[in-house]
Design a protein around this ligand. Structure first.
Ligand code: PLP
Length: 425
């Protein structure tokens, strides 16, 4: 019998069909095509301990399950867990890499325990992270994890073999993003996975936020866990903060599920409902994000007031070949440098934009522009920023899905206003 949308495990070979049907069961009582939003915190039991799969909403919620099922399907994973923020997952590496019970229990509760208790924990494990990692991840690794006995090395992974120089006997996790933020450098996921798995007990985590599952599936390239800030492309409408972790590994899943319940960092059912609704148009949005981003990137590359454009979909990108090999597209993030840029010019450009909103975040329907050195990457030290090429002239665009000619016109008029500053000097 052909599968129907009443089958929760409905699968299709096509992403577009799965985006709409995976995890969606019409309401068995009313037939409502959109599964009801389940706000109930508790669930009736027939006999003590006998229930329909749900007992308490922190441990499991039907609306959350629907969303997790949909994301797992799109990421080609067996299991997915949703957390109250994309950063919620960052407490997980500490747990995953800890081996001693004492340390485990301490790390599990570190968000609710005093720093003193935490800093009394034994020194723990070592993590290798790509050097131009998301600003919030960098802050977590250097300011929080380091206080919990976790040592992180930040490594330039343009050449994945660089990892070998940093591996220690206690290295337990490699954390990468590709493309990186905001310089859009790529990391060869398959090569890093091979190196990770040649070591004993080292797992690879890939932050796939910038590509979304539509353009890249790291699990298929050997990653052990894929994480997303749902806040960005997956929800896509700038109205939910949430994160997910997807894995094929049953053991990792059990640990994460235990933590999701113990720490209680679960998203609200309403947010899961919204994110699931957003997810159903992910494929349509991503195609338009990419079309618009490529259009803008090509035009900026020819623009007389622009110095350099970084977009993995441009043949001028140094890792264009890798982009074609490991992804199905290039997504909607574009970074560029204004000619003879300085802080004043960047500010003039950003404040002159009318359609692009000057704001942090990314991956949603509306176009955004920002200055990483002052905004998203302010938590990096000046040295760390310099090392990855984030200076006051680097602008990051999250190209939305408005009309692409309108977007270009807006960038052009703002570039001219910025250029007029130096003309006056
Ligand atoms: C936004 C973002 C995060 C953090 O996620 P939140 O949803 O803000 O907690 C992590 N990684 C990347 C690449 C991001 O863009």
């Amino acid at each position: 019998m052909a599968p129907t949308t009443t089958d929760a495990k409905f699968t299709s070979d096509t992403f577009d069909t799965r985006a709409i049907h995976a995890g969606q069961i019409p309401d068995p009582v009313t037939g409502a095509v959109v599964p009801a939003l389940s706000l109930s915190t508790t669930f009736a039991q027939t006999n003590a301990g006998e229930h329909k799969g749900y007992d308490y909403s922190r441990s499991g919620n039907p609306t959350r399950t629907n969303f997790e099922t949909a994301v797992a399907s799109l990421e080609q994973g067996k299991h997915c867990l949703a957390f109250a923020s994309g950063s919620g997952k960052y407490i997980l590496p500490g747990y995953l890499i800890s081996t001693q019970n004492l340390q485990e229990s301490g790390l599990v509760s570190f968000i609710v325990t005093t720093a003193t208790v935490i800093s009394s924990l034994p020194q723990g494990s070592h993590v290798i992270s790509v050097n131009d990692v998301y600003g919030g991840t960098f802050r977590y690794f250097t300011k929080v994890a380091s206080n919990h006995g976790i040592d992180v090395s930040f490594v330039d992974l343009a050449n994945p073999n660089n990892i070998l120089k940093y591996i220690r006997p206690n290295t337990r996790l490699i954390w990468i993003e590709t493309p990186t933020n905001p310089t859009l450098r790529l990391v060869d996921i398959a090569a890093v996975a091979k190196i990770a798995h040649a070591q004993k007990d080292v797992i690879l985590v890939v932050d796939n936020t910038f590509m979304s599952p539509y353009f890249q599936n790291p699990l298929l390239l050997g990653a052990d866990i894929v994480v997303h800030s749902v806040t960005k492309y997956i929800n896509g409408h700038s109205d939910v903060v949430m994160g997910v972790a997807v894995t094929n590994n049953d053991k990792i899943f059990e640990k994460l599920a235990f933590l999701q319940n113990s720490i209680g960092g679960v998203p609200s059912p309403f947010d899961c409902f919204l994110a699931n609704r957003g997810l159903k148009t992910l494929h349509i949005r991503m195609r338009q994000h990419q079309e618009n981003a490529l259009f803008v990137a090509l035009a900026l590359e020819k623009h007389p007031l622009v110095d350099k454009v970084i977009y993995p979909g441009l043949p001028s990108h140094p890792q264009y070949a890798l982009a074609l090999r490991q992804s199905r597209g290039f997504s909607g993030m574009v970074s560029f440098r204004i000619k003879n840029a300085n802080l004043e010019k960047s500010n003039k450009f950003l404040s002159s934009l009318r359609l692009f909103t000057l704001a942090e975040s990314l991956g949603c329907v509306e176009s955004l522009a920002e200055l990483p050195a002052v905004m998203t990457h302010a938590s990096l030290t000046p040295e760390a920023r310099a090392a990855i090429g984030v200076d006051e002239g680097l602008i990051r665009l999250s190209v939305g899905i408005e009309d692409k000619n309108d977007l270009l016109k807006d960038l052009d008029q703002a570039l001219k206003k910025a250029a007029a500053i130096s003309a006056k000097i």
